[in-house]
Write a protein that binds this ligand. Structure first.
Ligand code: GUN
Ligand code: FE
Length: 424
């Protein structure tokens, strides 16, 4: 039996009451067993968290780990040119080893910045090696190979036959879904409507229902992408996905920057999960997603960093901060307040992946997926009035993450110079 006792922490639970408590967390194997003051247990590992803040691990609902090695493509291109000129040729150049290390590097950055679950879209080939990295690293994941069976602009090496794309996806699902005692899940990843035939999408709809797994795709990100879909299908993205029965509670839709009222209604009524990627939407000049209006309509929105070339890192602190501040000039200071953002990054992400009974909050019975932060900067005047959630959303960085735990295992420990703060 493995056990961890985290002592004397400030705990942001994100339970239904969003309580912030002071006390201990007792973890046995992969689960939180008890939370309370001065718990009497002994444990194989005791962490003194005096002055530290414990949060549920972040859940990122849209990432491409296969793009981590393409960081630094600091080009000034919009989406379709960027894909054609940069991303697709680079994805086509991947081999088994580069996919593995691209994933491992990304996962290392995610863990360093407190992310414990990712929804990951890989490229066409070698996804088996990304799963190997996800499995070995200990992070929680829903991942899948990208599917693209049409499009004149898609490089020859990435162009798939419909049948092969489906078969390879099912083979990967059978190998990896529910792997590592359910820590790894499969998700079908048709890239976007532009690169998928109706036959492929219809089959993905049926397979997702058959295996009860998520479908993870991009939609309504950028003007030229939307135009391509309208030209071909005479419909907007979400309307088209709905017409073939893909718009349902298992669908995770990345971006959704430009939605009309009908698309918003479909998203709300069908329980589609929107993954908002503010950093990527700014970098690729896609636009500012209308998240306040989606939330007003009670649509489901969570957060993701997208690929590393969009924002240079996979840091949820960046995404939270951007998600909050980009709305303020137009919608006012409270339209996307810190608590709303923090909810999207934690329990909201858990709902997006259908694991809200397991992760997303710190509660007895849930999986032990959490991060321990040291928010005690030398340059912040000590005050008991600081709201820790506001502090995290607006001023924390990944340097503040001391420990990241997934499934009851310590995957990252980084005791920084800031631990000196108690001795002066
Ligand atoms: N749409 C289709 N593919 C991609 C991708 O790799 N990144 C982003 N941001 N949008 C896409
Ligand atoms: Fe993306």
């Amino acid at each position: 039996m493995n056990s961890i006792l985290i002592k004397n922490a400030e705990i942001i639970t994100m339970n239904d009451q969003e309580e912030i408590l002071n006390g201990d967390i007792y973890i046995v194997d992969d689960r939180i067993v008890e939370i309370g003051k001065n718990l009497p247990h002994t444990a194989s590992k005791i962490i003194d968290a005096t002055g530290r803040t414990v949060i549920p691990g972040f859940i990122q609902t849209h990432i491409h780990l296969c793009q981590t090695l393409f960081r630094g493509q600091a080009d000034d291109l919009e989406l379709m040119d960027w894909l054609k000129k940069k991303i697709w040729p680079l994805e086509a150049s991947h081999d088994e080893e580069s996919i593995y290390y691209s994933a491992m590097l990304g996962i290392g950055e995610l863990l360093q910045s407190g992310t414990t679950t990712v929804v990951d879209m890989e490229t066409v080939h070698h996804t088996d090696f990304a799963f190997k990295a996800l499995s070995e690293s200990g992070i929680r994941a829903l991942a899948g190979k990208v599917m693209m069976d049409k499009g004149d602009e898609v490089p020859f090496l990435l162009r798939e036959k419909t049948k092969d794309s489906l078969q390879e996806s099912v083979d990967l699902l059978e190998k990896w879904h529910n792997h590592d005692s359910g820590r790894i899940h499969y998700a079908f990843c048709p890239r976007f409507v532009v690169s998928c035939t109706e036959e492929l999408l219809t089959n993905v709809r049926d397979l997702s229902a058959k295996y009860h797994v998520r479908v993870h795709t991009h939609a309504s990100e950028n003007a030229s992408e939307i135009l391509l879909v309208e030209k071909e299908h005479g419909m907007r993205n979400v309307v088209y996905l709905d017409s073939i029965g893909l718009a349902n509670e298992r669908l995770i839709l990345a971006h959704c920057v430009w939605l009309d009222e009908e698309e918003k209604r479909i998203i709300k009524e069908r329980g589609v999960k929107v993954s908002h990627c503010p950093g990527s939407n700014l970098k690729l000049a896609s636009g500012v997603a209308e998240v306040p209006s989606l939330l007003d309509q009670h649509a489901h929105v969570s957060l993701g960093a997208d690929g590393a070339p969009c924002n240079n890192n996979l840091d949820m602190f960046n995404e939270m901060r951007l998600a909050a501040i980009i709305q303020k000039p137009v919608h006012g200071p409270t339209a996307m307040n810190a608590r709303t953002i923090f909810r999207m990054a934690t329990i909201g992400g858990a709902k997006a992946v259908g694991l809200e009974s397991e992760i997303g909050s710190i509660e007895p019975g849930k999986k032990a997926d959490l991060a321990i932060l040291n928010l005690n900067d030398f340059h912040v005047y000590p005050s008991y009035d600081i709201d820790p959630i506001s502090r995290i959303v607006y001023s924390a960085t990944r340097a503040d993450v001391e420990t990241t735990i997934v499934n009851g295992k310590i995957l990252m420990e980084n005791r920084s110079m800031k631990t000196m703060d108690k001795s002066i």
